[in-house]
Design a protein around this ligand. Structure first.
Ligand SMILES: C[S@@+](CC[C@H](N)C(=O)[O-])C[C@H]1O[C@@H](n2cnc3c(N)ncnc32)[C@H](O)[C@@H]1O
Length: 274
């Protein structure tokens, strides 16, 4: 396990993933009954943007920090959540953003396998009765911890894509969850480096018969260099009502806020299956 999110916290991929995560959580709060969230690849929880890892890459400077320069109304909930979590000194990862959105009746299960990151995550949520931190394999946890007793909630899948096969593991996980936990909203992040693997991923999801399925993507330049993280996307299975419209407002605001003016930059929100 070489990937450490501390080098990348607050980059354009986090902006996309986290800005879209918030309306999913808001939708769950429309009903008073409890929900749970499973964050299968949780990371550290919170990242110090002054730390050497963040400083070395400068990714947050070109990402979330840049958004603060010309805040757009479509990004207001995301930027407010960041500020509440201590931004710009700190950047909140997915478990911190999810935790901040929970009501007293809701809970979070956060899974992180890396020993150091898991220790930091555990320390962050120490004595928090609404959060359970697990040190186990994400793909195993996904089977073991679903369906939730609450019978509703969100599963966030955010692998590092450092190994071959993460696209296929996501397809398998979403297929499994759609069969055994019909009510769950499932969101999975994926890189857009080059179009070909993304097309293959979308086709595999469609071939698996998963419905309904929405893809929301943002790319900073034409994705033709497979060595570069040119953009990223979020696949959402069983998205809540209104989410496609939210995503269609958020993504162009993000692109503008990130100052992505290179030729070929763009966003897209599309239904892969109805
Ligand atoms: C992209 S980062 C997660 C970022 C986090 N979701 C966020 O948005 O703030 C991916 C994380 O998955 C962890 N990881 C990688 N393989 C894993 C596995 N098989 N099971 C659990 N965690 C894993 C890595 O250590 C890393 O912290």
């Amino acid at each position: 396990m070489n990937y450490r999110h501390a080098f990348h916290a607050g980059n354009h991929a986090d902006c996309l993933k986290h800005a879209l995560l918030l309306p999913l959580l808001e939708a769950l709060k429309r009903k008073p009954t409890p929900f749970a969230v499973l964050d299968t690849h949780a990371g550290c929880g919170v990242y110090d943007l002054g730390a050497s890892e963040a400083q070395r890459t400068g990714e947050a400077e070109r990402g979330a920090l840049r958004l603060m320069e010309s805040p757009s109304p479509a990004l207001a909930p995301y930027l407010a959540a960041l500020t509440q979590a201590g931004f710009p000194a700190f950047y909140p990862g997915s478990p911190a953003l999810i935790r901040a959105a929970l009501r007293p009746q809701d809970r979070l299960m956060a899974v992180e396998l890396h020993p150091e990151d898991n220790a930091r995550l555990k320390a962050h949520f120490k004595r928090d009765a609404q959060v359970a931190v697990h040190k186990r394999d994400a793909w195993e946890a996904l089977r073991a911890l679903t369906p939730f007793p609450e019978k509703r909630g969100l599963v966030l899948i955010d692998p590092p894509f450092e190994q071959e096969g993460d696209y296929a593991r996501i397809t398998e996980a979403i297929t499994l969850l759609r069969h055994r936990f019909r009510a769950a909203i499932i969101a999975a992040w994926y890189p857009v480096k080059h179009r070909a693997p993304v097309r293959g991923f979308h086709h595999a999801l469609m071939a698996a018969g998963i419905t309904p399925l929405l893809a929301a993507e943002l790319w900073l330049r034409e994705p033709t260099d497979p060595q570069k993280l040119n953009g990223s996307g979020l696949i959402v299975a069983n998205p809540p009502q209104g989410f496609a419209e939210d995503a269609a407002a958020i993504l162009p605001a993000l692109l503008e806020g990130l100052g992505a003016h290179e030729a070929g930059a763009g966003t897209e929100v599309k239904w892969l299956t109805p």
